[in-house]
Ligand binder design. Structure first.
Ligand SMILES: Cc1cc2nc3c(=O)[nH]c(=O)nc-3n(C[C@H](O)[C@H](O)[C@H](O)COP(=O)(O)OP(=O)(O)OC[C@H]3O[C@@H](n4cnc5c(N)ncnc54)[C@H](O)[C@@H]3O)c2cc1C
Length: 437
């Protein structure tokens, strides 16, 4: 059995440590919070969700829907705790973030093979451990960032993205808002919607574009992940760009009048007690006072109280194709692994998935002397494909998408193809999951 040092007890580190312990390995897990925190974390819980409370779509033929099913089949800790903390959110898999993180923290604490150290790790020394896993996420502390940069030969990369504001439910004017999930999916009371006329929308866009933003620091170069752009950045690309993105009115026709608004702001339940709502896709780097002013221009939000402001944060990731194998081992040292968002996957589910995979690959190495990546036609395997086979000069963080999952079906109608891809991926995972347990 191996002795493994795991740095970072976020989604990836917790999932990895748990997977290793379940296979009989001993883990020393290091988490710097609460003594030292990041710009986004607010608690000392493990696996804290720093922004949205959603694990995204659960639709069976959606790529992240498939990834979640594969994770559950592989006995993922994150999926197990996610089920325990699940809140209604239409087609999406959303959780009560406090309950979720508390469940993960409890599971790690009750695992006798894991020792949790509340310490910041400053170097990449493997010491006398058999394996080292770096799972310190997009907000890796600065000293370790420096150590990683040096280990990789000064080839590290980082950029910034933004988080969405959360509003207090009792500050919303429900007489002006309406309940509806897009296309009427879900329970009907999962999302609140604020409708805008053309005139309201255009006045609001003009105000948004004039709003004061937090200044960029020297080390920020204003490069954002395209899937997580701040609203002001999206608005600057054209008057209608937000209407084709997070403010899309399609499928959100008013339930009484049947009319389709010009634009819609969607609010998703943030917690089980319905005390807070998250503004869907409204990440921003506006100054705090400006956020209040701009949001209060939206019908129904005139008196809104912001429970957590949107903000902008560093997002660290390494150049996967240059430095990682499909098994998340570094090319420089096969006993040093990276896991989670720092590998250049994007999202809670993907980060957790890499943690789970890393545990599997370390187990294989410890037992057989070699690790084999999962087939790329599975959603899990596709993450390894993304980090190892993307073009190194154009490498950007990515969610799991059908573009990353290998197509072994060939030409046929899209719906049929997706169904066959899902069936094949699940059959593959089922055969492999059996071997794990
Ligand atoms: C501001 C922001 C908002 C995001 N919003 C979303 C979202 O809405 N939806 C989504 O799917 N994804 C989002 N992401 C992306 C990503 O999925 C999450 O950041 C996810 O938590 C990544 O998981 P992880 O395990 O890789 O890192 P984390 O969950 O961040 O875990 C890393 C852990 O390592 C610890 N750590 C860091 N440095 C050290 C050190 N030197 N020593 C010891 N411990 C250390 C940290 O305290 C942390 O607990 C967001 C990212 C950021 C930065």
């Amino acid at each position: 059995m191996a002795r493994v040092k795991v740095i970072g007890a976020g989604l990836a580190g917790s999932e990895c440590a748990f997977g290793l312990a379940r296979r009989g390995h001993t883990v020393q897990l290091f988490e710097m919070r609460p003594a030292k925190s990041t710009a986004a974390h607010q608690t000392s819980n493990l696996a804290e969700l720093v922004c949205s409370n959603s694990f995204r779509s659960s639709a069976p033929t959606n790529a992240v829907g498939l990834l979640k099913r594969e994770l559950s089949m592989m006995d993922s800790l994150v999926m197990r705790c996610g089920e325990l903390a699940r809140v209604p959110a239409g087609d999406a898999f959303a959780v009560d973030r406090e309950r979720f993180a508390a469940e993960v923290t409890r599971a790690i604490a009750s695992e006798p093979r894991i020792t949790l150290h509340r310490d910041e790790v400053l170097t990449l020394e493997r010491d006398d451990f058999d394996f080292l896993v770096v799972a310190t996420g997009p907000l890796t502390s600065h000293p370790l960032f420096e150590a990683i940069d040096e280990f990789l030969g000064r080839d590290g990369l980082y950029f910034y993205d933004a988080i969405a504001p959360i509003l207090a439910a009792d500050s919303l004017d429900l007489s002006k808002l309406y309940w509806k999930s897009r296309y009427g999916k879900g329970s009907g009371t999962d999302y609140l919607n604020a409708a805008m006329t053309k005139e309201q929308y255009e006045t609001w866009i003009a105000a948004l574009l004039a709003a004061e933003l937090y200044p960029l620091h020297d080390f920020e170069n204003a490069v954002h992940f395209e899937g997580c752009l701040p609203i002001e950045e999206i608005a600057s690309r054209g008057i209608d760009t937000l209407r084709y993105g997070p403010m899309k009115p399609v499928g959100l026709e008013h339930p009484v009048t049947g009319e389709r608004p010009h634009a819609v702001v969607q609010l998703r339940k943030e917690d089980l007690s319905d005390d807070y709502f998250n503004l869907v896709g409204f990440q921003t780097k506006m100054k705090a006072g400006e956020q209040k002013r701009i949001l209060q221009m939206i019908p129904g939000l005139e008196n809104c109280v912001i429970a957590r402001h949107g903000s902008m944060h560093r997002n660290t990731f390494i150049n996967g194709p240059k430095h990682l194998r499909a098994t998340f081992q570094t090319k420089k040292d096969e006993r040093v692994f990276f896991a989670g968002q720092i590998t250049g996957v994007e999202g809670y589910v993907e980060s957790s998935a890499v943690g789970l995979l890393t545990a599997r690959y370390i187990d294989e190495l410890a037992r057989d002397g070699a690790a084999s990546p999962l087939p790329f036609h599975t959603a899990l395997g596709a993450l390894g494909r993304h980090v190892s086979e993307s073009h190194p000069d154009r490498y950007q963080p990515s969610n799991v998408t059908w573009a990353v999952i290998e197509d072994t079906i060939g030409r046929c109608k899209k719906i049929e193809k997706r169904e066959r891809q899902v069936a094949k991926a699940l059959a593959t995972i089922e055969s492999l999951a059996g071997a794990i347990a």
